[in-house]
Ligand binder design. Structure first.
Ligand code: LLP
Length: 421
């Protein structure tokens, strides 16, 4: 469920017409619903009810500080994967003891800044990383809590670019070597090994791979405990998918995911962490764009929008589907049109949808890409020297620009022409 619905013939974000926001900030722009973010976070929180837990929002999905503040105020923790994300979370006043640090390539500088300013745990992904963290923590005269990310060699049955739990992927240590690696970690100064971490991929629409992975983690917990390790925390990652196409069968809900967690690892008495990103942010955002031209090709009509692949790269990068709706509600019984929906960027990959049936629209009309709240704005670039588009947050009947559109001068003046040219 989300809060982008037609009302009085036009699409609203909560109680604000998207048309009104467009008139204020100009198209294209991202628009987020605070109520949807909050609701999705709460669904996960409730799904783990009865188990000691922390929902650590994977902020890579959408890292605007307004969103982090909104979720942080609800009690969310954060899953960060870079020094930049760590600093952003802290700038949004998320306490350090609610931040977990994931990622395969943490640098010494990133470790140091997180230790200095406060961290809940590091999720370690390799032996070399473990040794560096041990050295950094020891040099700072401290001991840091760590989990070790295991790669369970489970097929997540998702797009190959976002699957992470197979042996061929770069993530985690092979679960078959866990015993050896935990023994090594236990002997390193500056590290306090407290748990196990796993994350098998993103946009999973089937619970079976989760179940398989969590079962392997449960077995490993018992094995490591028998080997003398104190395993008190399990970080089970993120990855629950969302319904990008309204017409498709609905994927499982957070409460179904919670049930799998309970069944597979509930008996171990561990504190549970999860790292959902997409399910919290995805359907909490739309991308609003204006039709610039409708162009007749040889055998098709092109809808040329003012948004492009640099603003929303998911269709170009993963062949991802986003529903695209007119902001003005179509009249009942209106004949749909068929378009190739494209942006102005100079490559054919700048295509949002091919042969897409949708209500007919014309020049100057606004359209909304649904499910654009996750991995939308965060993956945007200035390719073709197109300034990053603004982000707007709606709460009830109020809205605010939470990241303005830079001026052309702001974008251009970052370059420096050396004096010797
Ligand atoms: N935890 C870790 C360690 C991760 O690597 C990820 C996502 C998550 C949690 C959150 O997963 P989620 O709940 O959002 O599925 N850009 C791609 C998605 C990349 C996901 C990367 N890791 C896309 O647009 O589909």
């Amino acid at each position: 469920m989300d809060h982008f619905l037609y009302r009085d013939g036009e699409l609203y974000a909560e109680d604000v017409p998207l048309r009104e926001i467009a008139a204020t900030v100009g198209a294209p722009f991202y628009c987020y619903s605070a109520a949807t973010f909050t609701r999705h976070f709460q669904l996960f929180d409730e799904a783990l009810d009865g188990m000691e837990h922390l929902v650590c929002y994977a902020m890579k999905a959408n890292s605007n500080q307004a969103i982090l503040k909104l979720l942080g105020d609800q009690g969310a923790g954060m899953d960060v994967v870079s020094g930049g994300e760590y600093r952003r979370a802290r700038a949004a006043r998320v306490p350090g003891d609610r931040i977990v640090f994931s990622g395969v390539g943490k640098t010494e500088d990133e470790m140091r800044v997180a230790i200095e300013s406060g961290i809940r745990q590091f999720n370690i992904e390799s032996e070399p990383e473990m040794e560096v963290l041990s050295r950094v923590a020891t040099s700072m005269g401290t001991e840091v809590p760590v989990t070790i990310r295991v790669n369970p060699d489970v097929d997540a049955k998702t797009h190959e670019k976002i699957a992470t739990g197979k042996a061929e992927n770069k993530f985690g240590i092979p679960i078959s070597r866990a015993s050896e690696v935990y023994a090594l970690a236990a002997n390193l100064p500056g590290l306090k090994v407290i748990g196990i971490d796993v994350h098998i991929g993103s946009q999973l629409v089937d619970l079976d791979p989760f179940r398989l992975a969590f079962r392997k983690v449960a077995d490993l917990t018992e094995q490591l405990r028998a080997e003398g390790h104190e395993i008190t925390r399990l970080d089970l990652g993120g990855g629950l998918g969302i319904p990008y196409e309204r017409s498709n069968a609905d994927p499982p809900l957070p409460r179904d995911f919670g049930q799998v967690v309970r069944e597979e690892v509930g008996h171990l008495g561990c504190e549970i962490e999860i790292e959902p990103g997409r399910l919290i942010a995805g359907n909490a955002g739309v991308l609003v764009s204006e039709v610039i031209y409708v162009k007749q090709g040889e055998d098709r009509q092109f809808l040329i929008l003012d948004a492009a692949m640099n603003d929303l790269i998911r269709p170009a990068m993963y062949g991802a589907h986003h529903d695209i709706l007119p902001v003005k509600e179509p009249a009942p019984g209106e004949e749909p049109a068929t378009y190739d929906i494209v942006g102005p960027v100079c490559e054919s990959g700048d295509t949002f949808a091919k042969h897409r049936q949708m209500p007919a629209v014309g020049v100057g009309d606004l359209v909304a890409f649904r499910s654009a709240g996750a991995y939308g704005a965060v993956m945007a670039s200035e390719y073709n020297s197109r300034p990053m588009i603004p982000e707007v947050l709606v709460q009830g009947d109020q809205f605010a620009v939470i990241r303005p559109r830079p001026t052309f001068d702001e974008m251009i003046n970052r370059d420096i022409i050396p004096s010797w040219l």
